[in-house]
Design a protein around this ligand. Structure first.
Ligand SMILES: [Cu+2]
Length: 117
């Protein structure tokens, strides 16, 4: 009888240990997958352009741009919307810029923007 109880205790310990192991391994795996996926900002393809028109109040800008790989576009002049968080205050019409853009709800949206040095 005593032996049975000891065995049971041992089994519970083993069970808890393996459960803990699975948990730790699982969390580790999730972290690994997370780390392998680069943040959005580094996957965006940068394009070059010149600001032709700028409407800061409506957050619209017209850019004469070079090829934009992720949008499958060659060079042209077209208008974009600036995503929230994209700072437009320090650019003006005529500025050469480096930017990234995505298509969102049938609209082209600038997600990153900086003056070209
Ligand atoms: Cu275009």
């Amino acid at each position: 009888m005593n032996n049975l109880w000891m065995n049971l205790g041992c089994m519970i310990k083993k069970f808890v240990l393996s459960l803990l192991c699975t948990l730790v391994l699982g969390i580790g795996l999730v972290h690994l997958v997370w780390a392998a996926e680069p943040p959005e900002s580094t996957t965006a393809v940068m394009a070059e352009g010149v600001v032709r028109k700028l409407d800061v109040n409506n957050r619209k800008l017209t850019i004469k741009h070079g090829p934009i790989a992720n949008l499958n576009m060659s060079g042209m002049t077209m208008s974009f919307k600036a995503k929230a968080g994209v700072v437009l205050d320090d650019i003006k019409e005529g500025d050469a810029i480096v930017f990234s853009a995505v298509e969102e709800n049938d609209q082209y949206v600038v997600t990153q923007l900086r003056k070209k040095q």
